[in-house]
Design a protein around this ligand. Structure first.
Ligand SMILES: *Cc1c(COP(=O)(O)O)cnc(C)c1O
Length: 393
């Protein structure tokens, strides 16, 4: 019989020194993979940016992933059960875990184009004979609409309500709304109403807008047929997961147009049991969080960093709360680049190149912005100290 203790004893009595023996002991749990790989961790004073790996999961979500990793289950049975739980938590008629919000955009569009028709599902992205147009406000065009165009549809851009109404025809598959652009052009509520009036499914991309918590059900209540949120942004679920919420028939069709079905457009949008369970548990935690306490903590961090740079000459600080996406307190710093002989881009670069490395909000044309909500305990102090050094040259 295998006896772990005796096995370890025998290992340590081997005439081998250093690395190998350590591998066989408890120390193996402490392998520093990033160090081994020469990959450089950093302090995230930016926010939930995919290229910066966005958010860190809570231990409960990680435990759910580990739990799921140890047992086989039938994938569709788990998909159904997790979907039901998520629907109950969000007030949706139905829900599914998607491969991020971008995956949800593709799966949801495929549902509106091919529906549950097996022949259509197999044929996508060839949309011959199917509804082939998606209407979007011109001011809402954005990079992520590629995930909609994936389905072979044509984007029809309109500039106002009248143009939208006259653009609807028998080829219209869906109307896409970019939530963070609300209310440029048409408000979210008007958009949902127009969809109902013309019997066209409406899809609201609210990927980065899970805060305030009411948003989880707000857009469904407005009448949107589909809504997506990223799993790995504010909800702090798996980075590769997301939520697709909405009408029962459309969620069922989105499932049929996705993995695990081999001959589907969305087969590459794979979600396994680990992400499903991790996503569900992260959402449970998110729904139960004390969001007011989180907000107070973020304000405290903003103040701590702002206070620490008050002595830097000519630097102005203010709390900046983006109106829709990433609707949390950030710190905005401005100064005269010429007076300080320091550009915003150089300040960001010096933060990155310091030790420890710190990432600030990307895009530093007019100010230097600090996102505090992804900081770990104790890191606001480190950011404050380093920022003071950078600003004082
Ligand atoms: C982040 C984001 C996405 C993509 O979300 P993932 O979960 O990373 O796939 C889509 N749309 C908007 C508006 C986003 O902010």
């Amino acid at each position: 019989m295998f006896n772990r203790r005796r096995f370890l004893q025998s290992l340590s009595s081997l005439p081998i020194v250093g690395g190998f023996v350590r591998l066989g002991t408890a120390a193996s749990a402490k392998r520093d993979y990033f160090k081994e790989l020469g990959v450089h961790p950093f302090i995230n004073a930016a926010g939930t940016y995919t290229t910066l790996t966005a958010s860190l999961m809570e231990p409960e979500a990680v435990a759910a992933i580990e739990y799921a990793s140890k047992t086989f289950v039938r994938l569709n049975e788990l998909h159904d059960a997790v979907g039901k739980r998520i629907a109950a938590m969000t007030g949706a008629e139905a829900a599914m875990v998607s491969s991020g919000a971008a995956g949800a955009l593709t799966a949801g569009t495929a549902a509106c184009v091919a529906g549950s028709n097996p022949e259509f599902i197999r044929r996508l992205p060839d949309i011959t004979g199917m509804k082939s147009e998606v209407i979007i406000l011109k001011s809402h065009r954005y990079g992520y609409d590629h995930a909609v165009r994936n389905c072979g549809i044509r984007m029809v851009e309109v500039e106002n309500k009248e143009a939208l109404e006259s653009a609807v025809n028998e080829k219209t598959a869906m109307m896409l709304f970019f939530n963070a652009a609300d209310p440029i052009g048409i408000t979210a509520q008007e958009f949902a109403d127009l969809g109902k009036k013309h019997k066209v499914p409406t899809f609201n991309d609210a990927a980065a807008d899970a805060l305030p918590i009411e948003n989880l059900s707000k857009y469904l209540k407005m009448g949107f047929d589909l809504v997506t949120f990223s799993g790995g942004k504010g909800i702090r679920g798996p980075q590769s997961a997301g939520l697709l919420l909405g009408r029962k028939d459309l969620i069922a069709a989105a499932r049929l147009n996705s993995s695990p079905y081999s001959d589907s457009l969305g087969r590459g949008l794979k979600v396994n049991k680990e992400e499903m369970l991790g996503m569900m548990v992260a959402l449970e935690r998110y729904v139960k969080r004390d969001h007011a306490a989180d907000w107070r903590e973020w304000e405290k961090r903003v103040k701590l960093i702002a206070d620490s740079v008050q002595t830097a000459k000519g630097v102005k600080t203010e709390t900046w709360i983006p109106p829709i996406a990433n609707h949390v307190p950030h710190l905005k710093l401005t100064w005269h680049e010429a007076d300080l002989k320091l550009s915003y881009a150089d300040a960001a670069r010096r933060m990155r190149e310091g030790e420890p490395s710190i990432e600030v909000v990307p895009g530093t044309a007019e100010s230097l912005n600090i996102g505090v909500w992804m900081l770990q305990p104790g890191e606001a102090e480190i950011v404050a100290k380093r920022l003071r050094e950078v600003l004082k040259g």
